[in-house]
Design a protein. Structure first.
Length: 448
């Protein structure tokens, strides 16, 4: 067994844990599988979805945390080649003083870049998978291949010519990824995160205003909306929603864009407070938080994980032993009606089960947001069971209301089939799997 996990998901039987140090060692292990199936992870901090746990029992865990080389960085063209054990903090550190940044997530500074992309994580600037340019993959027979773009192949153009196999290895058990080429966004000359609050009864019109900003390009980075429970970690006013709108670019562009956001907010009459890290007379703890969030948007994670520890309620290194948290991650259209529908389903779950939840909506593009629903519980069997029942009910109720999910946890693998648009499409994936991996060297995961 791999030890406790923050979600208190059932611990699966794991036959062995292997920790290769190089891509060649991964090839040797995979080629010599001899009847066993592998479950792969990078830094294994997939908190709320299972952490390091495999979806099935009786597998060998392949922990790639020791493949931790940053193989190459090109700040001129804006890419880096990183191995699975490279954390967002290490890549950010390597880019300090350059005019490139990492599109970091709001998770720990010590989570991976590669594992997060492979599970379709979300960064503060955009979905992480949008950063993906190329992959180095060990196939189930031990062959090593490169897909997408790889250094020395001209300018870093991910699509290449002909069918692209890049995304075949994302949320996939077709290969073991031993390195990725990731895009490094240009470092903005200036950044400002505007913080806004609004009352729950204004949810629908407020989302309408935010949607207009997103669609008209005022908020190019991911815009985040925290419901009253989720806003507590940011010292939001009790009972209100909190919004982060990040504008960046040249200093003059930032002044102009943030002034438009603030004016629009005031004119709408919907927002009860508006501030940013430079607002005079801000309480010092609020200014500190605002500065931390500004830094996240320019790719600088907090190495001490202070905000994250506050959200988890325990030091991050004890998250899997001490905290209780599961995530539910539906995709929600950016519209007042859809966000309201989502909030009503969550409220109903709370009334039925008593389980507490926080909801954060991250925009993925101009039309869609990812809702990060965190269900928190005390680490007792009874409380964990209640939270898991609540989680089951959310899969059912959100699917029935027409939502889909973008990531699933170790206990809900069957939803990949249930939510797939077409049975023939899913069968095609299985045919490809049978072709590449007839002996089942790579175990079925959460998406198969
Ligand atoms: C408070 C809080 C905030 C969070 N905020 C965010 C956020 O903003 N954005 C976000 O995306 N997540 C967030 N998370 C969730 C999670 O912590 C991150 O997604 C984290 O990056 C995942 O862990 P990891 O990087 O160690 O990936 P891993 O756990 O190593 O990998 C994730 C999965 O990818 C696959 N995989 C990994 N490596 C390989 C490989 N080399 N080859 C093939 N398959 C592989 C496996 O299926 C594995 O289970 C948050 C969690 C918490 C508790």
């Amino acid at each position: 067994m791999l030890g406790p996990n923050i979600g208190m998901f059932r611990q699966r039987t794991v036959l062995d844990v292997l920790r290769p140090r190089t891509a060649q060692e991964v090839r040797d292990i995979v080629a010599g599988a001899d009847g066993v199936s592998f479950h792969v992870f990078s830094t294994g901090r997939n908190w709320g979805l299972g952490s390091r746990e495999p979806a099935r029992d009786d597998v060998v865990a392949l922990d790639l945390g020791a493949l931790e080389e940053i193989r190459a960085v090109d700040v001129e063209q804006g890419w880096a080649v990183v191995e699975p054990g490279v954390t967002q903090a290490r890549l950010a550190e390597r880019l300090a003083g350059t005019d490139r940044i990492v599109n970091i997530t709001a998770s720990s500074a010590h989570t991976s870049v590669v594992g997060n992309i492979l599970d379709r994580g979300v960064g503060l600037r955009r979905p992480r998978v949008d950063d993906l340019i190329g992959l180095e993959v060990v196939l189930p027979d031990g062959e090593l291949v490169h897909v997408g773009w790889w250094p020395d192949g001209g300018p870093p153009y991910a699509a290449g010519l002909g069918p692209s196999l890049l995304h075949a290895f994302v949320q996939s058990n077709l290969g073991v990824v031993t390195a990725a080429v990731v895009r490094l966004p240009p470092r903005p000359e200036a950044v400002r995160v505007v913080w806004l609050q609004f009352a729950p009864h204004d949810l629908s019109p407020a989302v309408g205003v935010l949607r207009r900003w997103v669609r008209q390009g005022l908020a190019k980075n991911s815009l985040r909306v925290y419901n009253p429970a989720a806003s507590v970690a940011y010292r939001g006013r009790p009972g209100e929603y909190l919004v982060h709108v990040c504008v960046d670019g040249t200093a003059r562009a930032v002044d102009a864009l943030s002034a438009i956001v603030v004016d629009d907010a005031r004119e709408s009459g919907l927002f009860t407070a508006v501030w940013d890290s430079g607002t005079p007379d801000l309480a010092e703890p609020d200014r500190e938080l605002a500065r931390l969030v500004d830094l996240e948007y320019v790719g600088e994670p907090d190495p001490g994980d202070h905000l994250l520890s506050a959200k988890i309620g325990h030091p991050v290194e004890q998250a899997d032993e001490k905290a209780g948290l599961v995530f539910f991650l539906p995709v929600v259209p950016i519209s007042g009606a859809a966000v309201q529908r989502s909030e009503r389903l969550l409220q109903r779950m709370h009334e039925d089960t008593g389980v507490r939840y926080g909801a954060t909506y991250f925009t993925l593009d101009t039309d869609l947001a990812l809702a990060i629903i965190a269900l928190r519980f005390e680490r007792t069997e009874e409380e964990a069971e209640r939270a898991h029942r609540a989680l089951d009910s959310l899969y059912e109720s959100f699917a029935a209301a027409g939502f889909t999910m973008c990531r699933i946890d170790v206990d809900h693998a069957e939803w990949a089939d249930k939510l797939g648009p077409d049975a023939a499409g899913r069968r095609l994936v299985r045919r490809i799997k049978d072709l590449l991996d007839p002996d089942g060297v790579l175990a079925p995961g959460r998406y198969h």
